[in-house]
Ligand binder design. Structure first.
Ligand code: NAD
Ligand code: ZN
Ligand code: ZN
Length: 341
């Protein structure tokens, strides 16, 4: 079978001769329908953030059950499923509570399929346990694949701050890519706060408006913080979601977040910002959340099934993976690219 393999820093190749895996025990083999292309893949390929190469990329996966191990009773051939991405030990307390993204034993484990272990940019993917599969009912798995991350990660970040996202408050979303454009839709669906979107191109800002942002600000303007404060007034934004994580975006976020607000950094661009008395407003929570829980995945699938979020996808054949990564590097994708084997 074919697979998009990461062999080490700056080395990704499409190989044709991978062996089709055979599931045993609680394992399930998925025939991949779609694998989303996340910017984290570029941090893997270009920045080397995951050490244990080689492995198959693709951590936003959806498809059909092809074959099950002998102990799997809940799934059968042909079932449409999403693959929950962060694979924990399955036994510790966070895992038992569905938060495998915060597994107690994660320090000693690879993070999951496509991030250290073989992922879904391939004809087939072996999932180590049926507990990691979530049925999607009548959703098209090609369209649904990015829900596993591009929707789950912002959904989980927003849920942490939901009690602060009341209708008289403002929320700033920085970086309107795969995650950011979904974040805007989730915010529209779950809270009444007014949305200010930031990106560096007019094209992405127009896209943000279409997704439901009330205000748009080009964050490469030197006076972007002042423009945001003109909108919010003196109280500033109660929640800032930074889907870039560069030094410049963290600095902007710290300038516009309110007293007792939430500054949430999701992007992994490797920026730095000093956390100290006076560098963020008093009472502000600064957090760097990772992905989301499996129960949150079930919740965000429900939002998609109700039509309240529609991830804008661009479909590409699996064999164009390298071209798609190049487009992402150049900021030329809108919404989420999905590779279809
Ligand atoms: P993407 O490439 O689809 O979108 C990034 C967007 O940010 C683009 O619209 C781009 O124009 C914009 N941008 C770039 N620099 C900017 C700047 N200085 N100011 C404002 N906007 C800027 O990326 P994505 O797949 O949505 O991922 C976003 C980030 O989130 C990546 O760093 C990714 O690794 C990270 N991520 C983190 C988690 C987590 O669990 N913490 C999960 C998934 C992705
Ligand atoms: Zn991702
Ligand atoms: Zn665990």
């Amino acid at each position: 079978m074919r697979a998009v393999r990461y062999f080490g820093l700056n080395d990704v190749r499409i190989v044709e001769d991978m062996k089709k895996p055979i599931p045993s025990g609680d394992q399930v083999l998925i025939k991949i329908a779609g694998a989303g292309v996340c910017h984290s893949d570029l941090h893997v390929i270009d920045d080397g953030i995951v050490p244990n190469a080689p492995f198959t990329l693709g951590h936003e996966n959806a498809g059909y059950v092809e074959e099950v191990g002998e102990s799997v009773k809940e799934f059968k051939k042909g079932d449409a499923v999403l693959v929950y991405g962060p694979w924990g030990c399955g036994h510790c307390k966070p895992c038992k509570e569905s938060s495998e993204n915060y597994c107690d034993n994660q320090a000693s484990q690879a993070a999951g399929g496509g991030l250290g272990l073989d992922g879904g940019m391939a004809d087939y993917m072996l999932v180590p346990s049926s507990r990691l599969l979530v049925p999607i009912g009548d959703l098209d798995p090609v369209i649904a694949a990015p829900i596993t991350d591009a929707a789950l990660t912002p959904y989980s970040a927003i849920k942490r701050s939901l009690h602060k996202l009341t209708p008289e408050e403002f929320v700033v979303v920085i970086g309107i890519g795969g995650l950011g454009h979904t974040a805007i839709q989730i915010l529209k669906a779950v809270c009444g706060s007014r949305i200010i979107a930031c990106d560096i191109t007019d094209d992405k800002l127009e896209f943000a408006k279409k997704m439901g942002a009330e205000f748009i600000i080009n964050s490469s303007d030197t006076d972007a913080a002042d423009k945001i404060k003109e909108i919010t007034g003196v109280k500033k934004a109660k929640v800032v979601l930074d889907f870039v994580g560069a030094t410049s975006t963290m600095e902007l976020a710290a300038k516009v977040v309110s007293l007792n607000g939430d500054l949430t950094i999701i992007g992994l661009s490797g920026g730095h910002y000093p956390i100290a008395f006076g560098s963020v407003p008093l009472g502000a929570n600064v957090s760097i959340p990772y992905w989301g829980s499996e129960t949150e995945l079930i919740e965000v699938i429900a939002l998609a099934r109700q039509g309240k979020i529609k991830i804008k996808i661009e479909k590409y054949p699996l064999t164009q993976a390298l071209e798609v990564y190049d487009k992402m590097r150049k900021g030329q994708l809108k919404g989420r690219a999905v590779l279809v084997p």
